[in-house]
Ligand binder design. Sequence first.
Ligand code: PMP
Length: 417
Amino acid sequence: MNIFEQRESNVRSYCRNFPALFHRAKGSLIYSESGEAYIDFLAGAGALNYGHNNDYIKQKVMSYLEADAITHGLDFYTSAKEKFLSKFFETLLYPRSLDYRVQFCGPTGTNAVEAALKLARKIKKRPGIFSFMGGYHGMTLGSLSVSGNLEIKAGAFGTSNHVNFMPYPHGFMEKIDTIEFIEAVLNDVNSGIEKPAAIIFETVQAEGGVIVAPIEWMQKLRQLCDRHNILLICDDIQVGCGRTGSFFSFERANIIPDMVILSKSISGYGFPMSLLLFKPELDIWKPGEHNGTFRGNQLAFIGAAAALEYREITNIEQEVKTKETFLYNFLIDKIASISDKVKIRGIGLIWGIDIADFGDSSLTKKIISRCFELGLIVERTGRNNTVIKILPPLTIEMPILEKGCFIIKQAFDECLA
Ligand code: PMP
């Protein structure tokens, strides 16, 4: 019995779904202490796009550490920061021509969301924010305020009064023109809903159940923000860094948000790191106005610079497209065919299998537990936990991807029988 089991009541652990002691991981496989291998379709909730212990990135991180380089360099120019910034600005410029200023937030995603909301309010001198039903942006009070899920907010006993939730184009909301709806709200000055400083959105609601925003919808959202002098903030924490097939997920809509939030896979190696990008004219922070001790982890900078190099060397975006085609075909042929109550959604290497129509949220729990017994780590998501979320490292080898998919198929067949 390990300490987690012995001290069940003392340790707030989040590993109820995967009862093993994990010890080692390589690529898209994680090994338990007793030597069992598990295929990883969770990838650190999107923090491990380049796989576990990616050799290229590891070598750069190891050499940095071996040289006794700076590991905490908050108020300094450091060589790690320099390496990251040179590579990152190159990535922004070529081939994207994006002109953003970079703010190190940190250490984790929610910290950058807080910075974005605060900066937007300062710029527009108004407190309101529009967000979307079903969206997820984090657990601290500001980011929780803009998360469209009452259950996760219940224990906070109230969040910001200045947030209003707009319909995301999904489910029965697909039947209305959600952009026209927002437009009507904004034009009705006496609606009781204050004009927001910003609209924060995800191009794919990942925690919301893998809901992919249509390209035209994103373009109209951009135009709406321009018409009404509202900042557009893209939370690219989970689906940025290549997950949808381009470095930034909004690239497929050919739009440029005013602010972009990156975290999870930006550091390349699972180190905590978060960034806020904003158009240069929005930089009205006073020096030191938004700070924190652990902004810009030096090892994360080294990992991030190496990851950006690795992307170029391996043409990862093309790989994502190939694997996307495989996943789409597999899920349609082998999983959606099980029942018309099974719905498939996704893009790139984020896919959801939604079984809400069975009306039993414990079913997904059964399926992921069975997957685990069969050697696959996969999580469930969505407002009511009715969606199985497939989120492997982008570098996963095809045979392993296929094997993981067949495990899901077997678990579905057994659990829905
Ligand atoms: N935004 C999105 C879209 C996310 O997926 C997450 C994490 N799941 C967050 C924000 C919060 O990031 P973190 O957990 O690192 O605070």
